[in-house]
Design a protein around this ligand. Structure first.
Ligand code: SF4
Ligand code: SF4
Length: 121
């Protein structure tokens, strides 16, 4: 008798039965009150001053004023929250929840929207 046969019953039962757990992703994750979450930006309010970048202890933020981009390397961010304190526009916040896991270490790049052109009268 092949060696896998003793497990065949269990294998088939597991294949055709409901999941043992009903947690994430079926049920949305509930984050503890004191979990640190992640930094988000209201990039339309950002004035590209770079204060967050200069004050970020692990240098996780890059601000490119010419390109109009605000970039965060979430793997470097330690969720200290200091950037949210120094931002003069208060457009940075730490919100609950974590980023979707991925297979690559990517930076998150936010583009400041171009100002609307005023119509001439
Ligand atoms: S929370 Fe702290 S580590 Fe993360 S980007 Fe802001 S200043 Fe940097
Ligand atoms: S400190 Fe605030 S306004 Fe200045 S670049 Fe950072 S996010 Fe933008």
């Amino acid at each position: 008798m092949p060696k896998f046969m003793p497990f065949a019953g269990t294998m088939l039962k597991n294949l055709f039965s409901k999941p043992v757990t009903t947690s994430y992703p079926e049920k949305p994750a509930v984050y503890p009150e004191r979990s640190r979450g992640h930094v988000e930006i209201a990039v339309d309010q950002c004035i590209m001053c770079g204060l967050c970048s200069r004050n970020c202890p692990p240098r996780a933020i890059t601000v490119d004023r010419a390109a109009g981009t605000w970039t965060i390397n979430r793997f470097d961010c330690v969720q200290c929250g200091y950037c949210t304190e120094v931002c003069p526009k208060k457009c940075l916040t730490i919100i609950p929840g974590y980023q979707t896991p991925g297979t690559e270490k990517k930076e998150a790049v936010y583009h400041k929207p171009a100002p609307e052109k005023k119509e001439e009268a």
